[in-house]
Design a binder for this molecule. Structure first.
Ligand code: UGA
Length: 439
């Protein structure tokens, strides 16, 4: 099937490349000229494991194209996915300016039946607004036909995780489609047929809520684990054993119970805000979710307090940071907990040295007065302590003896419980994890 993708951010690009890999011919478009230029040269504009290779392969097979305009992409496609950004406004609402603009442009260039699919995370009822925008902007010839509307709108929320997006796309737990016509349902089922997965069919609004609810529920699990970690530290329990003991219960499950320095990224913080706002607007005060957000902020503050407490005076201390990205296997710095934590330490006069395997280019745009190093040992050299903020695999392989020799003080604050099994106390380090009952 010929498919158009409008927006080539994380979601759009991965979806486009993967849809082409499962047999469709995909036409991607973006309004960022520089980005488009790079993509047209065959270069992926984001770091995502396996993406560049798959993209190169699909371009060679002539199954993946990058178009100059929405008009060009939509004329070639039967189904068009909208995957543009929906940033947060100051009040927490999702800003849907881009979505509206794209819907208008699709309408203006419509020459035959199209299925328009919202892929971006949007508030409930956006599907209806897209439908109205398209109706209002349709070329005259279609308007004159009155009842014979040449398009459908559908919702197909995204559940991909950065860092494992391709594997998530190819082996999804489920595909959710929100449709209002049989034709839309059949087209979307045909698109996803090669994945041989469970397809949940519902109306557009329910599909939109499934996305909000899934991300908010996962964020709730994380905040719950983080709240537990605070209690564990106070009473001398070990969060790792507590969550292990809980996770074996099939009704709870082990995933997303890793306590740490809080959730970040382009999705959870923004989506939790947006769901709180959506609930407020619909007349429900979502106190549970407000507490999830607060717990997340408090977790970062508590980690900084721990460092202050153990290091005593922060001013003038050299703090080595391992990991900056909001999670491993990505270069994404959006809402990374590292930003808040490092900014607070810098405000107290700490000298920060840092290393991240992928995110340093992005981080250089955010942090001022920080030294970027080429590896873990360069970070550790003369440092008063090391602070782990992202659990990259590369950090698991360190030579602790060498690390200890180059540090000024062998002290590690492990914000991700990365070294939970390494018995660093026995190796002569002062080691502080999250919720390990040692504070
Ligand atoms: C998240 C969802 O997991 C995807 O299903 C969804 O499609 C995506 O948002 C989206 O809406 O686009 P992502 O933001 O890529 O994916 O990353 P996650 O792996 O979910 O991690 C989010 C944050 O939670 C990270 O900062 C991570 O470090 C943190 N986290 C995750 C924890 O602190 N503990 C955990 O146990 C799990």
């Amino acid at each position: 099937m010929n498919i158009g993708i409008v927006g080539t951010g994380y979601v759009g690009l991965v979806t486009g490349v993967c849809l082409s890999a499962i047999g469709h011919t995909v036409y991607c478009v973006d309004n960022d000229r520089e980005k488009l230029k790079t993509l047209r040269k065959g270069i992926a504009t984001i770091y995502e494991p396996g993406l560049q290779e798959l993209m190169t392969k699909q371009i060679k097979k002539k199954k993946l194209f990058f178009c100059e305009t929405i008009k060009e992409a939509s004329k070639k496609s039967l189904v068009i996915f909208i995957a543009v950004g929906t940033p947060s406004k100051k009040n927490g609402d999702a800003d849907l300016t881009y979505v509206e603009n794209v819907a208008r442009q699709i309408a203006l260039s419509m020459d035959s039946y199209k299925l328009i699919v919202e892929k971006s995370t949007v508030p409930a009822a956006t599907g209806r607004r897209i439908e109205n925008t398209i109706k209002v902007n349709l070329p005259k010839k279609f308007k004159e036909r009155g009842h014979n509307v040449p398009f459908d709108v559908a919702s197909n929320p995204e559940f991909l995780r950065e860092g494992s997006a391709i594997a998530d796309f190819m082996n999804p737990d489920r595909v959710v489609i929100g449709v209002e016509s049989k034709k839309a349902e059949e087209l979307l089922k045909e698109i996803y047929k090669p994945l041989k997965t469970r397809i949940v069919v519902t109306n557009i609004t329910s599909a939109e809520i499934i996305k909000h609810a899934s991300n908010s529920f996962l964020a709730t699990k994380i905040s719950f684990a983080n709240a537990l970690s605070q209690i564990c530290d106070k009473v001398g329990a070990d969060i790792l054993k507590v969550t292990e003991g809980m996770g074996y219960d099939k009704r709870i499950g082990p995933s997303f119970l890793n306590a740490g320095i809080g959730f970040g990224g382009s999705c959870f913080p923004k989506d939790v805000d947006a769901f709180i706002r959506l609930s407020e607007k619909s007349g429900y005060d979502f106190n549970l979710l407000k507490a999830v957000r607060l717990t997340n902020e408090e977790q970062k503050a508590a980690f900084v307090r721990l460092i202050e407490d153990k290091l005593w005076i922060i001013k003038g201390k050299k703090i080595g940071v391992l990991g900056l990205a909001f999670k491993p296997n990505t270069d994404d710095m959006r809402n990374a907990p590292s930003v808040d934590i490092i900014t607070r330490l810098q405000a107290e006069g700490a000298k920060i040295k840092a290393y991240d395997p992928q995110a340093m280019d992005q981080a250089k745009k955010i942090f001022k007065g920080m030294t970027f190093c080429q590896n873990v040992y360069a970070v550790a050299k003369d440092s008063d302590c090391l602070v782990v903020l992202t659990e990259w695999d590369e950090f698991r392989q360190v030579d602790f003896k060498r690390l200890k020799n180059v540090m000024r003080q062998p002290m590690i604050f492990d914000g991700r419980n990365l070294y939970k099994n390494d018995h660093l106390d026995d190796l002569g380090f002062e080691y502080f994890g999250i919720g390990r009952g040692v504070v």
